[in-house]
Design a binder for this molecule. Sequence first.
Ligand code: AHR
Length: 324
Amino acid sequence: MKNPNLALLLSLTFTVLTVGCSPKASTSAPSPAGKALTIGFAQTGAESDWRKANTKSMKDEAEKRGITLKFSDGQGKQENQISAVKNFITQHVDAIVIAPLVETGWEPVLKEAKAAKIPVIISDRTVKVDDESLYAGFVGSDFKTEGKMVADWLIKKTNGKGRILELQGTTGSAPANDRHSAFADAIKGTGLTIIDSQSGDFRRDNGKQVMEAFLKKYKKGDFDIVYAHNDDMALGAIQAIADAGLKPGTDVLVVSIDGLKEAVQAIVDGKINCVVECNPLAGAVVYDAVAKVVAGQPVPRISYNKDEMFDASNAKAAVATRQY
Ligand code: AHR
């Protein structure tokens, strides 16, 4: 993007690209006949700063709209999320929002919600189910596009050459699956290769530990690039790289996904080279969708955020206005 002011404005805006019907999102979320909504939200946990910003957005927006939010922190366990959804069903909430930890294993509990006539919106991470009618719609980022954006940036920056160490997100989660597969597809046929790959579970301390283990296996000159599936793992990794006496961002290219203010600042400081945004500020868009579903109106099958990209060309202008 040539105009940095326009880029900034766009990065501040939680733009929604819709696939399916009803492309317009309302700016407020009146409940049917003015009834205050009670919504159950089954969150994955608090594994990253991105997740904390996502939870805050959901809670703040609920308060703003007079929504009674029943919030459950799954603490990184799918069974906790499934129990939470069952509880929400027992409590006869008006709707349920799930940010699913992993992609599979949701069918039985979604069938229970459907039988109880409680609509479900899937937020942030996608699920794999045979029967798509088990949930009303998906709102979140396109993780495949994010992985491809990182790969395209690297291909341009390196002329398609380099050995990559990959820090994957939570095993079985949609962002780990999609950010890996789309990235791997995009570098096919170039001289870029993933030489090793380990999960750091989207956690900063795990990212540091995995990078420390990599640095015992691979010395300076054995690898050129670290691709982290999120900023927290990248920030942990750059600490490990610096502790090992290497310069992150110079001796090793570091690329990641999320767009945390701290990661964009690390670009300004020369320690991270490229960050693709994954906007966590989902409250307004999710509750707009919930309000429509509860009112019996159609919602798009998929609503994707429009995510920006930051590197040395625009990070300085962007960092001041990052909201998370
Ligand atoms: O599902 C979104 C991912 O989950 C974010 O990239 C990561 O930071 C979070 O934990």
